[in-house]
Design a protein around this ligand. Structure first.
Ligand code: GDP
Length: 311
């Protein structure tokens, strides 16, 4: 990508899109197209077509998506499938029509079958049943990957898909009902510390295993792939290491400095037992993550607690 290439980051206010924007700016890119959802509704095909005709971006990072944790996926399942299908179909088709140089689509590790062999290889997609708590979202994301591959096969479009693991970092969602586990626990432990509460409640049994990657590492990996990967199929982006939810809770408790105990609420769902990505494809291309979990948690917590003070 030329440093003056016209780059459209769809979803630039979200955690992923904002990290890509930060990383590209730091690298020297200057020519961005950024629209929030009030300025451009990606669910509206007509609006998307008009926007693409007018702006004609060279490169697209398609990070716009309706996302959320285990509860949000359960509660808003229709919104999750409909909105994601519409956004990705509209953007990918418009990108083909105006002939963009390259598009990068963000999938999610929940596209892999619930009982996929661990760590999960890219080839595992569509080899088994999905975890039911996020099946509608996963189906929409699988459709996005297939759209990229089909437009590559039929029209020769250079559209690639990446599969990030669970992410955390600046601009994460800390809403307790809708957030993913890591930001939820940061908030729970932080508030429990401030209120001198005796314990924090963690959902489920604490035994599921999850992998976490700082979003700044993801942004760097995506820009690396934008430069170095031009094939169909997906590329996993993760750390290649996971922890149990109990281990995560203990680590966050320590980073936050909470002195009380941890309780597990067995009435809440565990979800997939394990979600670890096989990152050997990305490693063979020459990329590995840099920000370790403890270090990443410290920086995220420092930012979160400062924001809370200023609110
Ligand atoms: P998932 O990775 O798609 O299952 O989504 P989450 O990040 O929401 O949940 C991951 C795991 O963390 C599940 O086993 C949850 O039950 C567990 N968990 C424990 N405490 C919490 C919490 O406070 N919020 C969320 N979202 N998950 C939690």
């Amino acid at each position: 990508m030329d440093l003056n290439a016209k780059i459209y980051i769809a979803g630039h206010r979200g955690m992923v899109g904002s990290a890509v924007h930060r990383f590209l700016k730091k690298t020297g890119y200057t020519n961005f197209i950024l629209k929030n959802s009030a300025e451009l509704d990606l669910i509206n095909q007509h609006a998307v077509n008009i926007f693409f005709e007018a702006e004609k971006p060279d490169y697209i990072f398609l990070a716009a998506a309706r996302v959320g944790g285990i509860m949000a996926n359960n509660t808003y399942c229709a919104d999750f499938i409909y909105q994601n299908l519409m956004m990705e179909s509209n953007v990918i088709h418009a990108a083909y029509k105006i002939g963009v140089k390259k598009l990068l689509f963000f999938g999610s590790s929940c596209i892999y079958p619930k009982f996929a062999p661990q760590p999960m290889k890219e080839e595992s997609m569509l080899t088994g049943v999905l975890e039911h708590t996020n099946e509608p979202y996963a189906i929409a994301k699988i459709a996005g990957i297939k759209l990229c591959d089909a437009y590559r096969a039929q029209y020769g479009c250079n559209f690639i898909s990446v599969m990030p693991t669970n992410l955390y970092g600046p601009n994460d969602n800390y809403d307790l009902q809708n957030a993913h586990v890591l930001p939820s626990l940061i908030r729970k432990f932080h508030e429990a510390k401030l209120n001198n509460e005796p314990s924090v409640t963690v959902w489920g049994t604490g035994t599921p295993r999850r992998e976490f990657l700082h979003v700044d590492d993801l942004a760097q990996a995506c820009c690396f792939l934008m430069e170095n990967y031009d094939e169909q199929g997906l590329v996993n982006i993760g750390a290649g290491e996971d922890v149990t939810i109990s281990e995560l809770a203990l680590l966050i408790k320590e980073v936050v400095g909470f002195q009380g105990t941890i309780q597990f609420d067995h009435t809440k769902p565990d979800g997939t037992p394990r979600k670890l990505l096989d990152v050997s494809k990305l490693a063979s291309l020459g990329w590995t993550y840099k920000i370790g979990l403890r270090e990443g948690l410290k920086s995220v917590y420092a930012e979160y607690s400062t924001q809370q003070l200023s609110n």
